[in-house]
Write a protein that binds this ligand. Structure first.
Ligand SMILES: [Zn+2]
Length: 244
């Protein structure tokens, strides 16, 4: 169990519900997505190495870049030292390309992942699905300085738009997904939780789906106290305010 005892989160004054737009750049092509908002870009370092200009542009626009493995590794198959080497190699590439060391991480964890993230000075992890608000990760039974920003399939575009011959299924229309996104937001907003959109440019990047995302964002902006933040900003707030 990695999760510490849950404490209610008090968001900054005037905030009822933070919304984070995160984009996982894990396809061969780096598709640019230009949206009003403040996306966090979760980047495989291999992509950053191959397309440094695009990543530099994203950084120039003020977005956060986080670590998504060097090559989208499966951490459960890595030894402790291999995993540490992957974290360091990926961070080094992202720091070189973006000018800043990444503070967030997203990949399915192995048994050493959280300990290593804490040792390597990461602020947050963002891949678990066991809560609808951030919490401190416990390591060795003790709450650590590492914050988990949980994700969910409801806000994950792969649940609706992935089609491959291996898992052929009807795609949902943007209108159907829009209803899910809006209902999810409305319910989480009512409860003062948080929304972590987990999007992939190769999926959400089609014109009709981007238009849907813009309608969804416009919908969230109708409610007072919505904080469009980077994942790092939300994690920093939680690290300061969550009980230890
Ligand atoms: Zn990914």
């Amino acid at each position: 169990m990695n999760r510490s005892v849950k404490g209610a989160i008090e968001w900054p004054k005037g905030v009822r519900c933070p919304v984070v737009l995160s984009f996982d750049l894990d396809a061969e092509l780096l598709w640019k997505v230009w949206l009003k908002g403040k996306p966090s870009i979760i980047d495989t370092s291999w992509v950053a190495e191959k397309y440094p200009d695009s990543v530099e542009q994203v950084v120039k626009e003020g977005h956060e870049i986080a670590h998504h493995g060097y090559e989208h590794e499966d951490c459960s198959r890595l030894s402790r030292e291999e995993e540490r080497a992957m974290l360091r190699k990926g961070s080094k590439v992202l720091e070189r390309v973006s000018g800043r060391r990444p503070r967030g991480f997203r990949l399915m964890p192995g048994k050493n992942t959280f300990e290593l993230l804490a040792e390597e000075g990461f602020l947050y992890d963002s891949v678990l699905m066991d809560d609808d608000q951030p919490y401190r990760i416990s390591i060795g039974g003790k709450p650590s300085g590492l914050v988990e920003l949980p994700v969910c399939f409801a806000f994950n575009d792969t649940a609706y738009f992935v089609y491959t011959f291996g898992m052929a299924k009807p795609l949902l229309t943007p209108r159907e997904v829009e209803l899910v996104y809006k209902d999810e937001f409305d319910a989480l907003y009512q409860e003062g939780r948080y929304c972590m959109f987990m999007l992939h440019p190769q999926l959400i990047g089609r014109a009709s789906r981007l238009a849907m995302l813009e309608r969804t964002i416009a919908h969230t902006k109708l409610s007072p106290g919505v904080w469009f933040a980077t994942a790092e900003e939300v994690a920093e707030h939680c690290q300061r305010s969550l009980p230890r």
